[in-house]
Structures are given as structure tokens and as C-alpha cells.
Ligand binder design. Structure first.
Ligand SMILES: [Zn+2]
Length: 140
């Protein structure tokens, strides 16, 4: 993503920006809601439900995609998600694999599984080393 949110949005559009033109003032999102409908039209709507897979559209440059495509993860959130993933991978590893990570070796099958999940190999190595430290120290 070549554009980064300026940080001026702190509510509904927090961390959202058009990836193509950088517009963060107004985005069109397909939502699900319930309206109170009378013969003249709708008078009230309920909560707007949408998630990362909802259709999103930029009225400025006409780029379209999903809400996820228009969302930049904050660094804090990205870090938390990375830690959660490392924890998950770590807990699924057997004793030998954990021992290998403790001496700085990363089993190929673990790295392949991680890559499939969109993990950078270097990021995962660091995250796993940190996980190993939390889980009883490194043998170095
Ligand atoms: Zn745009």
C-alpha cells in the first residue's frame, strides 16, 4: 500500500484509506442493515454491519475492493497479530521443533506453513525466537 492514513480519522474511518489515490475523507462501503420502511420510503435504519470482506469503493478515483483492501493495520495491531500467530505456531510445534528454534534453527515445514499464512520468514524467525524466550529461555 503506497498511501498511509494521516491519522486524522479516529472513528469509523480510522486506519482506512484509498490504496490508489490516498483519499481518506469519504469511502463507500456496502453494509447490511435493517430499515424501518413506510410507504414513502425508509425513515430509520439500524446498526450498519460490515467487515473486512465488505465491498468498499473510493468515490474520488473509483478504485474498488474490500474494506480489508482499504485498511492499513496500525503498527500496534500488526505486532499483536504477529505475536498471536507466533504463539499459535509455537504451541502446535513438537518438542524437537521447539528445541531446534531454541538453537536458532527453523524447521522447514514450520517456515512453509508460516509463509502460507503470509508471514515473512524473517518476521516469523524473530517472533518465534521471542516466543521461545517467553517459553523458557534460549539455549545459545
Ligand atoms: Zn481513490
Amino acid at each position: 500500500m503506497k498511501h498511509k492514513p494521516s491519522g486524522k480519522n479516529t472513528n469509523c474511518l480510522e486506519n482506512m484509506i484509498c490504496p490508489d489515490c490516498g483519499n481518506e475523507d469519504e469511502l463507500h462501503i456496502d453494509v447490511t442493515t435493517t430499515v424501518v420502511m413506510i410507504d414513502d420510503g425508509s425513515v430509520k435504519h439500524g446498526d450498519l454491519d460490515y467487515d473486512q470482506t465488505s465491498i468498499c469503493y473510493c468515490p474520488k478515483c473509483k478504485a474498488d475492493g474490500t474494506v480489508g483492501d482499504f485498511t492499513v493495520m496500525s503498527e500496534k495491531l500488526a505486532k499483536a497479530e504477529e505475536m498471536a500467530k507466533a504463539e499459535q505456531i509455537w504451541s502446535a510445534m513438537d518438542k524437537n521443533q521447539k528445541a531446534a528454534v531454541r538453537i536458532g534453527m527453523f524447521p522447514a515445514e514450520i517456515m512453509q506453513a508460516a509463509e502460507k499464512e503470509g508471514y515473512g520468514v524473517r518476521d516469523l524467525s524473530v517472533a518465534l525466537m521471542n516466543q521461545a524466550k517467553r517459553d523458557g529461555g534460549m539455549i545459545a
